[in-house]
Design a protein around this ligand. Structure first.
Ligand SMILES: NC(=O)c1ccc[n+]([C@@H]2O[C@H](COP(=O)([O-])OP(=O)(O)OC[C@H]3O[C@@H](n4cnc5c(N)ncnc54)[C@H](OP(=O)(O)O)[C@@H]3O)[C@@H](O)[C@H]2O)c1
Length: 187
């Protein structure tokens, strides 16, 4: 999926943030495709465990992320940081990125995460949101269960539409909650 967006990952230096289920799957896939993987995680032992099972992989904690990003071609956020409802959270800000980086955030709700907004601010052109990965996963399961390859573009546009409407609903609920808190304070 990542390769369909950026070409071959062979020899590319990939920094993966996170060491949960999704990070593990991504790390195994990328390492098997010849990428040089570095896993950075808050709980460093989990990063070490994944790296120990891979060829050409290393690990680190979340300190000095800026230095690790400077050495990377691709940054993947595979943590849940930035996911709804804590949508203003990010482990990486614009000053920590370089414009040649590819930034892939697997979080899909919201579609444009704070990390992707920071990447835009840093001049990063190749920014990938989590929707494609979600769709590819769904399509793979559908094929396993039914033997039918579903139309990816139809699935992707349905997912984007559903997420957009959920986001607008959440935003308007947050606004009216803030308003009612304000008027309660005035009383
Ligand atoms: N696009 C897709 O198709 C797709 C597919 C799967 C998952 N996802 C998304 O990917 C994210 C991770 O999923 P998962 O299943 O791998 O979850 P998980 O197994 O629970 O792992 C969560 C990861 O996030 C880290 N983390 C959580 N809060 C943090 C914080 N405040 N600061 C730093 N690190 C933090 C955890 O670090 P510790 O180890 O230190 O706790 C862990 O590495 C979720 O947002 C999920 O929605 C997307």
């Amino acid at each position: 999926m990542l390769e369909s967006a950026v070409g071959s990952v062979k020899g590319k230096r990939v920094l993966i943030l996170g060491a949960g289920g999704a990070a593990k799957a991504i790390a195994f896939y990328l390492a098997s495709a010849g990428a040089l993987v570095k896993i950075a995680n808050r709980t460093i032992e989990r990063a070490a465990e994944i790296a120990s099972k891979l060829e050409n992989a290393s690990y680190t904690g979340l300190d000095n992320l800026e230095r690790h990003i400077a050495d990377a071609d691709i940054l993947v956020n595979a943590t849940s940081v930035g996911m709804y409802p804590k949508i203003e959270e990010t482990l990486v800000t614009a000053e920590m990125m370089h414009s040649d980086l590819v930034v892939f955030d697997i979080v899909y709700n919201p579609v444009e995460t704070r990390l992707l907004r920071e990447a835009k601010k840093a001049g990063v052109k190749r920014r990938i949101d989590g929707v494609k990965m979600l769709v590819f996963q769904g399509a793979a399961s559908f094929k396993i269960w039914t033997g039918i390859s579903p139309p990816l573009d139809v699935m992707e546009s349905a997912v984007r539409k559903a997420l957009q409407s959920a986001n607008s609903k959440a935003k308007s609920e947050a606004k009216s909650e803030a308003k009612s808190k304000e008027s309660a304070l005035e009383r």
